[in-house]
Design a protein around this ligand. Structure first.
Ligand code: NAD
Length: 473
C-alpha cells in the first residue's frame, strides 16, 4: 500500500490538517494500491501561502536557472519511466506498453520542449516608445484529471515554472500517485521551497478553496466541462485568469475518396486509445452514405482484432476503465444507445468474456444513429464509437460542427489539400489530417465548450504571462 497522505508544501512533506483519506484503486484488481490525504481548505491555504511567499524570488531567478530545473526534471523523470508507467497502468488501466510511451514518455518530452521554447521566447519587445515586457502572472493553481495524469500535470507545471510562476497542484483524486513522483523529483533537485506544492483531495473541498483564494492569480484546469463551468464561476469572484482544457465529442470525417481501411483503422485507434478515456478521442465517425455498409464491416472486423485484457498482459490493446463509477456511466450510455434505437455493430453492455473483475467494457460501435441521441451528442469517455452517414461534404462539415464541443477532429482523404480545406472549416482546436501524428510542440486546446486555453509550445507559455507596457521618454 503506497502511503501518500502527506502534502508537499513549502518544500516539506506535511500531514493534512484533516483526518480523511482517499483510496487509490487498481482498475484491474479493484483493490486499493495506495492512499492520499483528503485535504482541507486549511491545507489549501498553507500551500497558497507558500507559493505566494516564493513568488518574488522565483520570478526574479534568472531564466537559465529556471530552465535548468526543467531539463534536470526531464532527466529524473526519464530515469523513473518504468515506475511512472506502472503506476498509471495500475491507476488508470492503460496497457503498459502504451503507458510507457504516452503516460511516462510525453511528460519528459514536454519538459524538454518547454525548456527549448522558453530559452528563445521574446519576453520583451519595443513598440514605438514603449518597452513591452511579459511577466509571470503569479501564483498558479493547476487542477488536473486522471486520464493522462502526469502528462496533464507537466503540461501546466513546466510552462508555469518556466514563466517564473509558482504553482499549487491539485492532482486528480482518482490517479494522484505520479504527481508525488514529480514532487520528489523537484525536491531532490533542490527547487526552492514553495515554488511547487502539491495538495490532494476532492474538487469540492481543496479544489474550490484554491480556486476561490484571493492570493491565487490564475487557475488552469484540465477536466470536464461541468467542472470548468463551476471553476469559472468561483474564480470570477476574484477576477482571476482561468485557462480551461475541457471535454470533447470529436468527429472523424471520412471523405468519399479516402482509403476506407486506413481511415477506419485510424478511427478505431483514435476512439479506443486508453479505453476511450481520452479528451481528443475520435468518437463520431462521419461516413459517405454509400460507404456505410463497407465501413461497418471494416469496423466490426477491426474490433474483433482488439485484444481487451489486463494492462500488464503483453498483447493487450484495450485495458479496463479507470473506476467502477466510470464503467457504470459508460455501460449506461451503451444501454441508452440500444434503447434509443441505435444498432450495435460491435461490443455491447456486458463485460468481455472472462473479465468480470476489473472495470472492463467491450469496445463498442453503433450505427443507425440520429443526431439527437445521447450517444451522438454527449461525451461518454469510454470505448464507444458512433458511425453516422452523410450525403455530401457540406452535410459532413455541418455534422462535424454540430456539437457544443470543439476540441479535436480528423479528416481522411486521398487528396491532402482537400482534407486540409475541410479541416479549416471544422471549429476545433486540433485537426488530424490522414495519419498526421500528435505533436507535443504544437498548440493544444479547445474551441467552444472544450475550453479557452492553449497548452504546449510558445502558446503554452503565453498563458502564464501578463503583459506590461512601460512608456519611455
Ligand atoms: P473532472 O472534471 O471530474 O475532474 C478534473 C479535476 O477537477 C479533478 O482534479 C477534480 O478534483 C477537479 N474538480 C472537479 N470539480 C471541481 C471544483 N468544483 N472545483 C475545483 N476542482 C474541481 O474530470 P475527470 O473525470 O478527472 O477527467 C475527465 C474529463 O476531463 C473529461 O471530460 C475529459 O474530456 C476532460 N479532459 C480534457 C482534456 C483537455 O486537454 N481538453 C484532457 C483530458 C481530459
Amino acid at each position: 500500500m503506497i502511503d501518500r497522505t502527506s502534502h508537499y508544501i513549502d518544500g516539506r512533506w506535511r500531514p493534512s490538517t484533516g483526518t480523511g483519506t482517499i483510496d487509490v484503486i487498481d482498475a484491474t484488481t479493484e483493490e486499493a494500491i495506495g492512499r492520499v490525504a483528503a485535504g482541507t481548505a486549511e491545507d489549501a491555504n498553507a500551500a497558497v501561502a507558500a507559493a505566494r511567499a516564493a513568488f518574488d524570488g522565483w520570478s526574479r531567478t534568472p531564466l537559465e536557472e529556471r530552465i535548468g530545473f526543467l531539463t534536470r526534471a526531464a532527466q529524473a523523470l526519464q530515469a523513473r519511466q518504468t515506475e511512472i508507467a506502472t503506476l498509471v497502468s495500475q491507476e488508470v488501466g492503460m496497457p503498459f506498453a502504451y503507458s510507457n510511451v504516452v503516460q511516462a514518455g510525453l511528460p519528459v518530452q514536454s519538459l524538454v520542449s518547454i525548456a527549448e521554447v522558453a530559452s528563445t521566447y521574446a519576453f520583451e519587445e519595443t513598440v514605438y516608445n514603449s518597452l513591452v515586457v511579459r511577466e509571470p502572472i503569479g501564483v498558479v493553481v493547476a487542477i488536473t484529471p486522471w486520464n493522462y495524469p502526469l502528462h496533464q500535470v507537466v503540461a501546466k507545471v513546466a510552462p508555469a515554472l518556466a514563466a517564473g510562476c509558482t504553482v499549487v497542484l491539485k492532482p486528480s483524486e482518482v490517479a494522484p500517485l505520479t504527481a508525488f513522483v514529480l514532487a520528489e523529483v523537484f525536491d531532490q533537485l533542490g527547487l526552492p521551497p514553495g515554488v511547487f506544492n502539491v495538495v490532494t483531495g476532492t474538487g469540492q473541498s481543496v479544489g474550490e478553496a484554491l480556486v476561490g483564494h484571493d492570493e491565487v492569480d490564475m487557475v488552469s484546469l484540465t477536466g470536464s466541462t461541468v467542472a470548468g463551468r463551476r471553476i469559472g464561476a468561483v474564480a470570477a469572484q476574484t477576477i482571476k485568469k482561468v485557462a480551461l482544457e475541457l471535454g470533447g465529442k470529436s468527429p472523424l470525417v471520412v471523405l468519399d475518396d479516402a482509403d476506407l481501411v486506413e481511415a477506419v483503422s485510424a478511427g478505431l485507434n483514435g476512439c479506443f486509445l486508453n479505453s476511450g478515456q481520452t479528451c481528443i478521442a475520435l468518437t463520431r465517425m462521419l461516413v459517405p452514405r454509400a460507404a456505410m455498409a463497407q465501413v461497418e464491416a471494416i469496423a466490426a472486423a477491426g474490433v474483433e482484432q482488439i485484444r481487451v485484457g489486463g494492462p500488464f498482459e503483453p498483447d493487450t490493446v484495450v485495458g479496463p476503465l479507470v473506476s467502477a463509477q466510470q464503467r457504470d456511466r459508460v455501460v449506461g450510455y451503451i444501454e441508452k444507445g440500444i434503447a434509443d434505437g441505435a444498432r450495435l455493430v460491435a461490443g455491447g453492455p456486458t463485460p468481455p468474456d472472462g473479465l468480470e473483475r476489473g472495470y472492463f467494457v467491450r469496445p463498442t460501435v453503433f450505427t443507425d444513429v440520429s443526431e439527437d441521441m445521447a450517444i451522438v451528442r454527449e461525451e461518454i469517455f469510454g470505448p464507444v464509437l458512433v458511425i453516422q452517414a452523410y450525403d455530401d461534404e457540406e452535410q459532413a462539415i455541418r455534422l462535424a460542427n454540430d456539437t457544443p464541443y470543439g476540441l479535436n477532429a480528423a479528416v481522411f482523404s486521398a487528396d491532402r489539400d482537400r482534407a486540409v480545406a475541410v479541416g479549416r472549416r471544422i471549429r476545433a482546436g486540433q485537426v488530424q489530417i490522414n495519419d498526421g501524428a500528435f505533436n507535443i510542440h504544437a498548440p493544444f486546446g479547445g474551441y467552444k465548450q472544450s475550453g479557452n486555453g492553449r497548452e504546449f509550445g510558445a502558446w503554452g507559455l503565453d498563458d502564464y504571462l501578463e503583459t506590461k507596457s512601460m512608456q519611455l521618454p
